[in-house]
Design a protein around this ligand. Structure first.
Ligand SMILES: [Zn+2]
Length: 190
């Protein structure tokens, strides 16, 4: 079987979810079933892939529980996963099984975390990808179409989050914006 893994990567708000929704929609219009999944992280809604532009597609949530993931992908012909940077490394062997069976994968997520370092399993997905679309958007500082990074800002004064702050911030007052490499600011980064 020929394996196929299409990967959409890029910073926040670069249109990744919208592209995944488009891929799902095109297949469903042709009568091709797509299993839509999204990893569950803290209290965020994992039951839909949603674009900030409006469109949303219902999704099944999953965590690191291997039997649940197996159950969700059973009999799938095509699997779409958004926010894949949050997929547990425990599930990686299952992705290899999926690809070995020739099931199509469409995956999107942040390739880099707020520190500018590889995020979760994204490098592993990139190694296995048959097609990678690296998206960019406009840098919030210089307004150039070169943003590849996601800047975390904290506090009322929106200062750059330090390197040693937790990878996944839960319920904090942080915000994020897309920035280019030059304007990506991570105080304390080695
Ligand atoms: Zn910039």
């Amino acid at each position: 079987m020929v394996s196929s893994l299409t990967l959409f990567i890029g910073p926040m708000a670069s249109g990744k979810s919208l592209l995944v929704i488009r891929e799902i929609d095109m297949r469903r219009r042709a009568g091709i079933p797509v299993t839509v999944l999204k990893p569950k992280v803290d209290t965020r809604d994992a039951r839909a892939i949603a674009s900030r532009l409006g469109p949303r597609v219902e999704a099944h949530d999953f965590d690191e529980h291997v039997p649940r993931f197996r159950h969700l992908v059973r009999d799938a012909r095509c699997i779409a996963i958004d926010e894949a940077q949050f997929v547990s490394p425990k599930l990686l062997p299952l992705f290899d099984e999926i690809l070995a069976e020739g099931i199509e994968l469409i995956i999107s997520g942040l390739d880099l975390d707020f520190r500018g370092e590889p995020f979760g399993l994204m490098p592993e997905f990139a190694k296995r990808a048959t097609k990678i679309e690296a998206l960019t958007t406009y840098c919030a500082v210089c307004k150039q179409r070169n943003a590849t990074r996601t800047q975390r800002l904290i506090g009322k004064d929106k200062r750059p989050a330090p390197y040693d702050s937790p990878l996944i911030q839960i319920g904090g007052s942080e915000s994020y914006e897309a920035r280019c490499e030059t304007h990506h600011d991570v105080p304390g980064k080695p």
